[in-house]
Design a protein around this ligand. Structure first.
Ligand code: SF4
Ligand code: SF4
Length: 168
């Protein structure tokens, strides 16, 4: 707040509580004995601060946790708590920049993974179409039409996604 006021060369104003309250730094902690390894918290964490794999206990890397609490609602067994950090462990500007960079990297990775998955599915569908062209299946024409329509929809979605991404 002070930095913003200095930047704008204006006197600082008190924080508007209707926009949220300021808390000391908290980090998420997973109770290992209750975690069922469902991976839902990993999917929710915007900065990749949770490690674990399917059906294995998960853990939070405290140094990377921003305390955003986004992992708490998806946990089906309510085994994530927020722990108050000591004052000396308060968030620094460098940590905030690093967290933002991790968030951007994660978003880019998710977009890339989605596109790779679509390409894999498309290639499978094309293989299936080739198989149907050679098959004696009496329903081949009907099945081909269904797959071709699904392929067209997938391509349209991808094109739409690409044009949204390329917008400034
Ligand atoms: S509180 Fe936020 S940053 Fe920390 S582990 Fe949960 S989702 Fe990730
Ligand atoms: S959401 Fe909860 S139960 Fe699922 S992996 Fe995370 S901590 Fe474990």
């Amino acid at each position: 707040m002070l930095k913003l006021a200095n930047l704008l060369n204006k006197p600082p104003k008190p924080i508007d509580p209707s926009c949220g309250i300021t808390l000391e730094r908290h980090v998420a902690v997973i109770e290992p004995e209750h975690c069922i390894g469902c991976t839902l918290c990993i999917k929710a964490c915007p900065v990749d601060a949770i490690v674990g794999s399917s059906k294995r206990r998960h853990a939070v890397i405290a140094e990377l946790c921003t305390g955003c609490e986004l992992c708490i609602p998806p946990c089906p067994v309510d085994c994530i708590d927020m722990l108050l950090m000591p004052a000396h462990a308060n968030w620094t500007t460098e940590q905030a920049h690093a967290a933002r960079a991790r968030m951007h990297r994660r978003s880019e990775r998710l977009v890339r993974q989605k596109s790779e998955q679509s390409a894999r599915l498309e290639s499978k569908a094309i293989q299936k179409l080739d198989g149907l062209s050679e098959s004696m299946d009496p329903d081949a024409a009907k099945k081909k039409a269904i797959i071709e329509a699904a392929l067209a929809r997938a391509r349209a979605r991808r094109q739409q996604g690409n044009s949204t991404e390329s917008k400034p």
